[in-house]
Design a binder for this molecule. Structure first.
Ligand SMILES: [Zn+2]
Length: 317
């Protein structure tokens, strides 16, 4: 039976429902939690988070993929409690957002160590929580080129993906030539990789999205909602219509089976204020209505939010 690892245990793929494939319960830069001005009580985090997940569930959301990874605020015990409370399946990540957010202990680790660590978190569990990771997060450090550490993490992720059948999700799809060279050298089929953030306002112009799709990679339009129209837009914001047109162009070019979409929102940001007015529920409140208005039919919307993520998340054996 095909299945996916959630924080409460493996579930049959068909139970995923509609998937938000790149989101965060709470994301912060390593160490930001030590700055007392950002401290929140557990109750405050909970009160900020639960209504968003409840609304997601009411709208018809089934699964929330937490793309946070190690060192950026991942808290699997908390995710398990949130999932049990709200009925939303939560998929946790092993791996790192990028080499530049891996703390020194991991930054100094060998490829073999990282590989074993990722495999353990996917097959045995994340510490003693009982929850297993369902995806492997990797990413490109700030600067636009993969660093040596980024490359070690990508290589370890490819090996862990092959050993466990878990998929790989990237932070940024710039410098994709180097990423694809590593995945190919390791023998990982590119349909096991979701190249994320092809749509953000900083990197969209220098991301070779159609080339990645032609190589067989999956394409993540996963910063929907970070719009220049927001009251206080972040530096990676982009005009709403421009992003939507970009997404529709990929679909018209024949890449419907390669695209995934998400909002990359934080339910309760850690160590920074977050982006006001942006939540995972952008998917239901804005994005799906925009796609319908642009003429996409219900079958196409189901492909984007149900079938493609199901294919991607299913553990391969
Ligand atoms: Zn993210």
């Amino acid at each position: 039976m095909s299945r996916v690892n959630t924080v409460l245990g493996p579930i049959p793929t068909k139970e995923l429902g509609l998937v938000a494939v790149h989101e965060h319960i709470g994301y912060g830069m390593p160490g930001s939690e030590l700055d007392t001005k950002w401290w929140k009580t557990p109750e405050e985090r909970y009160e900020e988070t639960v209504p968003k997940l409840r609304r997601f569930h009411e709208y018809g959301g089934g699964t929330f993929v937490d793309a946070t990874g190690i060192c950026n605020g991942r808290d699997v015990d908390y995710y398990r409690m949130l999932s049990a409370k709200t009925g939303v399946h939560i998929v946790a990540s092993t791996g790192f957002v990028g080499g530049d957010t891996a703390l020194p202990f991991f930054a100094r680790a060998s490829v073999d160590y990282l590989t074993e660590h990722f495999i353990h978190e996917i097959t045995v569990g994340i510490g003693g929580t009982g929850g297993r990771a369902g995806v492997i997060k990797v990413g490109v450090s700030r600067g636009g080129r993969m660093t040596d550490l980024d490359k070690r993490i990508y290589r370890a992720a490819a090996r862990a993906a092959l050993a466990t059948g878990a998929p790989v999700l990237t932070h940024l799809a710039i410098d994709a030539e180097n990423a694809i060279a590593i995945f190919t050298a390791e023998g990982l089929p590119l349909d096991r990789v979701l190249f994320g953030h092809v749509d953000d306002g900083v990197n969209a112009d220098r991301t070779r999205d159609t080339w990645i799709a032609e190589q067989g990679g999956r394409i993540g339009f996963d910063t929907f909602g970070y719009e220049t129209e927001l009251e206080d837009p972040p530096f990676w914001a982009r005009p709403r219509q421009e992003r939507l047109d970009h997404f529709l162009r990929l679909i018209r070019q024949g890449h419907l089976d390669r695209v995934l979409a998400s909002a990359d929102a934080n339910c309760s940001p850690l160590g920074w204020p977050g982006v006001k007015g942006h939540t995972v529920n952008y998917i239901f409140e804005d994005l799906i209505p925009d796609l319908r208005a642009a003429g996409l039919d219900e079958a196409t919307i189901t492909t984007i939010f149900v079938d493609n993520p199901a294919d991607f998340l299913t553990l391969q054996h």
